[in-house]
Ligand binder design. Sequence first.
Ligand code: ADP
Length: 401
Amino acid sequence: MTTATPLILVINCGSSSLKFALQPVDSIDPILSGLAECLGLEDARIIIKDSDGNKTTQTLNGGRHAEAMEVLTRDLAQRGLLDKVAAIGHRIVHGGERFTASAIVTDDVMAGIEECCELAPLHNPGHLVGIRAAQKAFPGLKQVVVFDTAFHQTMQPAVYRYAVPKRFYTDYHVRRYGMHGTSCRYVTGEAIRVLDLDPADHGIIICHLGNGASATAVKNGQCVDTTMGMTPLEGLIMGTRSGDIDPAAVTYIARREKLDLDGIDHLLNKQSGLLGISGVSSDCRALEEAAVAGNPDAQLALQMFAHRLSRLIGGLATSLDRLDAIVFTGGIGENSSLLRAKTLEHLRIFGFKLDAAANDAAIRGKAGVITAAGSPVAVVVNTNEECMIARDTAELAGIQA
Ligand code: ADP
């Protein structure tokens, strides 16, 4: 495999996993991607896939992130790609109020990410491990961090504060932050391009619907409101997350079931959402199959998902001057013509009329407008967070095609 173009290594590190993509700076498609998983466990392994779909799996013998990076760099060297890697971009879940944009990694930036660990205890510590492993494996290369929360930092206090005593905000940073910001930034650019919108004068609502799901109102390129909150739990119904629920219902359940705080956390983050309602699956595809087969709980789960989504879209619209388009993205947004149709049906008050043929065609990587002529616009856009991270990394590290 040879390439003359500089490559950006995009890394998304969790506590026991390391996802990567090798992205040419002038392309949206990676030439190599893969995943190291079960890190620290006996069956730790790394799977590397090239752009033709050829896969190799290597055992890491219980190794962790550093061992995964070693195997990856050896593999890149064998493919003649190692010295083409020009910079490294890391996905970071939480940048708190400190990070309003992507940044080059310095000791000070590392300390800032560390400070945000209390806001994302399941994610930020793993990101720090990943950055350190990459620094060791690629000494001398610039590393860039790209934050999921940064795009939402343009929200105003009236939007991001919770109606609890002020001291919880000033003492503990309790406020709404939002997630999926990197996807929103990429998708905003694509929506502007595809719909020929004015970059300085538009209003869109992005529905990023995957296992985690959120919707975001974007006015003139900036986030003005989003459905996720201090954590990803707020807002839409998700695969296993409840989204919005009356907090008093939670304390009531806790008393009845004698749940402690970890028990509540587990219930609302891991056992609720589509899985909890249906008792079938957290996976939209499996639910659609069960619904077609007549399972009433699966049918209800899909109805509730569409109802909550359209209800929150209605709320987000109140932060815009004009609604140019609703944009569907993420695994469900890009593939579930059923949930898109149900959602637009709920939004008929705004005048949405589906183009059923266009909606059915917009699946598996095919994007485009799914509404009829004369209707407000709804469009499917394929998100590409890795590409957005690679672009930021190339820009901040001063790398050109
Ligand atoms: P993540 O948030 O983990 O990145 P994805 O964006 O990959 O998740 O989305 C995963 C969701 O997309 C799953 O619920 C999956 O069932 C759904 N999905 C993928 N393909 C289809 C399809 N053809 N029809 C309906 N849902 C789909």
